[in-house]
Design a protein around this ligand. Structure first.
Ligand code: FMN
Length: 190
């Protein structure tokens, strides 16, 4: 059985970033599912010159990731009630590779709301890119308490919420893949 490749997109490149701990945990749990292959896609590893999605504004390695992906799990910190510009820049660099693919969200914050406002902002953005949002969001509030300085989880209870988000994303991934494979659309070959 070929696994479904569903990368976890991290949201920021900040040196002291804590949301990367959440992204790594989400990927670790995703890989416990027999049907899923995942990894953290770290914006630090890519380079996107300028703006937009013209050929010269893409990073071919990110293009390859999005081409192969059957779905996405975005783990984003909340910056000024939105998501970071770095994440927007990375997302903006592609378009057709997102169409009719599902996306789940996890928000991360040092405060008590767990990045819900970043997720709300992301929903409108990904919709314009042709993605389909799940409704089982995951929040990581008070991230400084949830993970220690080594990135180790301090509250095992959050694992079950991450699993729940993956279960929903997996279902959506299968359904939309079946749709893309079997139902003709001008947006992708079927
Ligand atoms: C530029 C900037 C803006 C931020 N704005 C918010 C915010 O609006 N709401 C919030 O809860 N936390 C905010 N934070 C704090 C983040 O929640 C905190 O840094 C957390 O660790 C997640 O982001 P990180 O991955 O960059 O560490 C902000 C942090 C930065 C660097």
């Amino acid at each position: 059985m070929e696994k479904l490749y569903i990368p976890v997109l991290a949201g920021t490149t900040r040196e002291q970033r804590k949301s990367i701990f959440a992204a790594r945990l989400v990927a670790e749990i995703g890989n416990t599912f027999e049907e899923i292959e995942t990894e953290v896609v770290d914006p630090k590893d890519f380079y996107f010159p300028g703006d937009g999605n013209d050929p010269e504004g893409k990073d071919p390695r990110y293009t390859a990731v999005t081409e192969r992906a059957q779905g996405f799990f975005i783990v984003s910190p909340e910056y000024n009630h939105s998501f970071p510009g770095t994440l927007k820049r990375m997302l903006d660099s592609e378009l057709k590779n997102y169409i009719h693919k599902p996306v789940a969200f996890a928000g991360v914050s040092s405060g008590q709301w767990g990045g819900v406002r970043a997720i709300e902002q992301l929903v409108g953005t990904v919709r314009e890119m042709g993605m389909v949002s799940t409704f089982s969001d995951m929040q990581f509030p008070k991230v400084n308490e949830l993970f220690n300085d080594e990135g180790e989880l301090q509250n095992e209870a959050v694992r079950k919420y991450i699993e729940k988000a993956w279960v929903e994303l997996l279902w959506m991934t299968k359904v939309l893949k079946a749709g893309r494979d079997n139902e003709p659309s001008s947006h992708h070959p079927s």
